[in-house]
Design a protein around this ligand. Structure first.
Ligand SMILES: Cc1ncc(COP(=O)(O)O)c(C=O)c1O
Length: 428
């Protein structure tokens, strides 16, 4: 494939945008080469500036669950835009999407909309601190909750890819209130809690991790966390920015049967527009301004275009009951095909999958946490990434990311992908 125009655009971009990108992982630093510039996208395909068609396994890092330029979403945005794009005043559609979300997700009464997953997680932690009157939080090594200061301690995905898990600019004071635990290691969490008894406001977790590649919780882990939190009056926050409205209507809470105290959303909830949200039972949400003292606000929060896109997306996911099974079936099919293709060429690998999230770790052992994910062979991943790209398949440009399956993929697309893996595996 030819990427001349993408490379030229990247060179121009670097003159005026740091690193040429507005979010670091897009720069292809972890895999080498120049990033691809997208011209447009439709259904499961990206079309780049050089005229190549790529099967997309990133889907804007999750939200394009029904495919790019999904007509009900596009039409809803166009209709709304004609009536004004922002008012900074209440609109009926905010209540409509809130009612829908509260009806779909277990264990929440109220939801507040923000503009990104970062904002959602940052605000959820402030609410937990305000509610409990405690300062410390527990996060898990390798989990990513956006780029707000408290979370840039051993964050996964982008941060790890760039070898700076702890970002300069985060003050010591902030960092000391973030306690780290090992994913899937209940004893480790119990030890951290015991050493900080009565001081921890919340445990925040990706209930199914996606930012160190896909890592599902081992049996009993989330249930155990729930019990540990209850025993010390700690709020449990599920960061469902990736999993919300993707793994099931009610996200990971529905899938695992474990209730969180606060849930955060992003990506899917905005149908591809900049939306995030956090939600909880009334007793907790009523601590937020203007009802309570915990301050949180946003000029563009509940923006009509974003709400229209989100409402169209959630309405479809709520009414199309077959979509989650269809996503799961397609992902299972892909899993089988990739496994066979890699096994046939004796490529060492481990595939983790849950619902429509899947990742290929080029690691020998089971991948259950950040340390085992980090054992993956990055050179193999780089070859795999570029080989897939050369065969028209776009996966995330980092070994620490999950593939997000869209229901717009046909079985022919999946077969084309598996064929690409067969070809690439021969050269690994
Ligand atoms: C689990 C999780 N939480 C939070 C975020 C931050 O969301 P955003 O990039 O919209 O700020 C991400 C982003 O990838 C994420 O994967």
């Amino acid at each position: 494939m030819i990427y001349k125009r993408s490379s030229a655009l990247f060179a121009e971009a670097q003159k005026v945008i740091p690193g040429g990108v507005n979010s670091p992982v897009r720069a292809f630093k972890a895999v080498g080469g120049d990033p691809i510039f997208v011209k447009e996208a439709k259904g499961p395909y990206l079309y780049d500036e050089d005229g190549n068609r790529l099967i997309d396994y990133i889907n804007s890092w999750g939200p394009m669950i029904l495919g790019h330029a999904y007509p009900p979403v596009v039409n809803a945005v166009i209709d709304k835009a004609k009536k004004g794009t922002s008012f900074g005043m209440p609109t009926e559609i905010e209540t409509q999407i809130a009612e829908l979300a509260v009806g779909m997700v277990p264990n929440i009464d109220k939801i507040r909309f923000v503009n990104s997953g970062t904002e959602a997680c940052m605000s959820a932690v402030r609410l937990a601190r305000g509610y409990t009157g405690r300062d410390k939080i527990i996060k898990f090594a390798g989990c990513y909750h956006g780029h707000s200061d408290s979370f840039l301690i051993q964050a996964g995905s982008g941060a790890v890819t760039f070898g700076s898990p702890n970002s300069p600019g985060v003050t010591k004071g902030t960092a000391q209130d973030t306690l780290l635990a090992r994913y899937n290691d209940l004893q480790n969490v119990a030890d951290v809690i015991a050493a900080n008894k009565g001081e921890i406001a919340c445990v925040i977790i990706e209930p199914i991790a996606g930012n160190m590649g896909c890592i599902p919780p081992v049996n009993g882990f989330l249930e155990g966390l729930r019990t540990l939190c209850d025993a010390d009056d700690i709020l449990l926050i599920f960061d469902e920015v990736m999993t919300g409205f993707r793994l099931a209507k009610g996200g990971a809470q529905e899938l695992t049967g474990v209730n969180a105290d606060i849930v955060t959303f992003g990506k899917v909830i905005g149908g591809g527009l900049p939306v995030g949200a956090f939600a909880a039972r009334s007793e907790i949400m009523n601590h937020l301004a203007p009802l309570g003292p915990v301050y949180q606000a946003g000029t563009l929060s509940g923006n009509p275009l974003a709400m229209a896109a989100g409402l169209a997306m959630l309405t479809e996911l709520n009414t199309n009951s077959g979509v989650f099974k269809s996503l799961k079936d397609k992902t299972t099919y892909l899993h089988k095909g990739i496994t066979k293709a890699l096994q046939d060429q004796n490529v060492i690998h481990t595939i983790n999958r849950i619902g429509s999230m899947i990742s290929v770790h080029f690691a020998e052992d089971t991948v259950v946490d950040f340390d085992t994910a980090a054992k993956g062979n990055n050179d193999t991943f780089k070859k795999f990434f570029h080989g897939m790209l050369a065969n028209g398949v776009y996966i995330a440009p980092s070994a620490f990311e999950t593939w997000f399956i869209t229901d717009a993929l046909t079985y022919a697309d999946l077969d084309e992908t598996i064929l690409a893996v067969q070809k690439v595996a021969k050269a690994l």
